[in-house]
Design a protein around this ligand. Structure first.
Ligand SMILES: NC(=O)c1ccc[n+]([C@@H]2O[C@H](COP(=O)([O-])OP(=O)(O)OC[C@H]3O[C@@H](n4cnc5c(N)ncnc54)[C@H](OP(=O)(O)O)[C@@H]3O)[C@@H](O)[C@H]2O)c1
Length: 266
């Protein structure tokens, strides 16, 4: 059975890589795409991929006139929520790659998804290695009470810490709060030297040329330590496999779920 997909942000950095991979599969088909600048053209023409014949529309409302099973949101935070709600109202399940939606946004989305009996799967980082870092870190945090996180990114990334690191810290806070031997507010010297406290974890953000994007969590115990690190390269390829998995699995869910592990047997 083919899963018909409408892809919002299909001409963007992440969306176009996903579209190119969908072109190579037989079980997922793109029926409509969304981009304001390329509206009226075919996605295949814009991406130079003849296997993608679907039309591009300027808005979700127009694109959703095509029946689809799954709507993929890969635009910007300002347009994401409206697109997701429109897709749910049209009867589609939704995969969200766009970062920056708040807990309040997800509460609203969850209410509509449950009313419509549809699934929403949102993941701030679809890279399987990032998903595994989060899972392994949660397991380690159950046994090891002290850790700190390093957030690596290119020099021109303006936000800090990254969405992936925020998500990691938030997930770990549900396991426990780390207990530094010297409480942070008793630091002698500049308090900032100990990093920022994000959801209870100390986070140190590096923004330097030569880095792309990565996250490392270091757990420390007397006379032993454990470091778990994820690094992504400069292409959008790492985010494709997780997004494809989400497209294939989202119809098994009802309501809004965050994290790819909702559909992984980990
Ligand atoms: N979950 C993950 O693993 C993952 C991975 C990479 C990126 N992301 C996130 O995904 C989002 C997109 O990132 P990106 O780097 O691909 O951005 P991008 O290259 O700027 O692409 C954005 C896409 O959305 C379209 N778009 C933007 N605003 C729109 C609007 N108001 N209405 C309709 N279409 C709109 C753009 O086309 P037009 O400008 O022509 O409208 C373009 O196709 C960001 O939130 C990013 O943080 C997540």
């Amino acid at each position: 059975m083919v899963i018909n997909v409408c892809l919002a942000g299909a001409t963007g950095w992440a969306g176009s890589e996903l579209a190119r991979s969908i072109a190579k599969t037989s079980d997922i088909a793109l029926v409509a795409a969304i981009s304001r600048k390329q509206a009226g053209r075919s996605l295949g023409e814009v991406l130079g991929e003849p296997r993608l014949a679907c039309p591009i529309y300027a808005s979700a409302t127009e694109a959703l006139a095509h029946a689809c099973d799954v709507f993929v949101e890969y635009t910007k935070p300002a347009s994401a929520k409206g697109n997701i709600l429109a897709a749910l109202e049209s009867g589609a399940h939704v995969v969200v790659g766009t970062s920056g939606l708040t807990d309040g946004d997800y509460a609203d989305i969850d209410a509509v998804a449950r009313k419509r009996h549809r699934g929403v799967l949102a993941c701030g980082n679809f890279a399987l290695t990032a998903v595994l870092l989060q899972k392994f870190a949660e397991a380690a945090a159950k046994l090891i009470p002290q850790w700190e996180i390093i957030d690596y990114a290119h020099d021109d990334k303006i936000d800090a810490p990254s969405g992936t690191v925020r998500e990691l810290a938030a997930r770990l806070s549900k396991v426990r709060n780390p207990q530094p031997t010297v409480p942070i507010d008793r630091t002698v010297g500049p308090r900032e030297a100990r990093g920022a406290t994000v959801s209870g974890s100390q986070v140190h953000s590096l923004r330097l040329p030569g880095y792309v994007i990565g996250a490392e969590i270091i757990f420390g115990m007397p006379d032993q330590k454990l470091a778990i690190r994820h690094d992504a390269g400069s292409s959008a390829r790492p985010y494709v496999d997780g997004a494809m998995l989400a497209i294939r699995k989202v119809s098994t869910l009802v309501g809004a779920h965050r994290g790819l592990d909702s559909v992984l047997d980990l």
